[in-house]
Design a binder for this molecule. Structure first.
Ligand SMILES: CC(C)(COP(=O)(O)OP(=O)(O)OC[C@H]1O[C@@H](n2cnc3c(N)ncnc32)[C@H](O)[C@@H]1OP(=O)(O)O)[C@@H](O)C(=O)NCCC(=O)NCCS
Length: 148
């Protein structure tokens, strides 16, 4: 079945398989998808929010909200769905789950960066209420979702 859970050592191998599937994505250039990174994620025990979506014991999506550990003013959301499983509502499901956690943690807003050409992601984020008002960093748009 399908479950959205925190990463754990039990899924270390599956996380690594997932990382291999998505490595090389043009919009995810700055993310470490090495075996070590998969291992670190599987054993993560810090304050940031990391979730994996597992379907039939296979990891098919990974999402996070980071910023507690590094004490960022704004907490930042990110999301990846396995190419074979895109367009089925999984990105939206993961994103809504993460945003619910943000709300439970009483955040006033959530921030994200997205490549200006990454139309699927921009449309998803807009659908969920993110606003893009011209703030950017190089070729990335910066968006916010406000809770109050
Ligand atoms: C962006 C991403 C997470 C979307 O995941 P997904 O599971 O395919 O998205 P969903 O099926 O849940 O779609 C939800 C909404 O996203 C938008 N969307 C998704 N794919 C789209 C596409 N190809 N074109 C335009 N809009 C799209 C739509 O608004 C859609 O809502 P709708 O079905 O009512 O039209 C996925 O494409 C992905 O992993 N991309 C690579 C990683 C990435 O770019 N991550 C974002 C980094 S900031």
């Amino acid at each position: 079945m399908l479950k959205i859970i925190p990463p754990s050592p039990k899924y270390s191998k599956q996380i690594w398989e997932f990382f291999k599937e998505i490595d090389g994505n043009e919009y995810l250039r700055n993310i470490d998808f090495s075996l070590n990174a998969a291992h670190r994620l599987a054993y993560y025990g810090g304050d940031d929010v990391h979730t994996i979506l597992v379907y039939n014991e296979k990891v098919i999506a990974y999402g996070w909200i980071r910023g507690w550990t590094d004490d960022w003013d704004d907490k930042c959301l990110g999301l990846i769905v396995s190419p074979k499983y895109r367009g089925m509502g999984i990105g939206e499901l993961m994103c809504r789950t993460l945003l619910t956690v943000a709300s439970l943690r009483a955040l006033n807003r959530v921030r994200l960066h997205v490549d200006e050409h990454n139309r699927p992601a921009i449309e998803l984020y807009k659908k969920l209420g993110f606003e893009f008002k011209g703030e950017r960093k190089e070729d990335e748009l910066i968006g916010y979702l406000y809770y109050s």
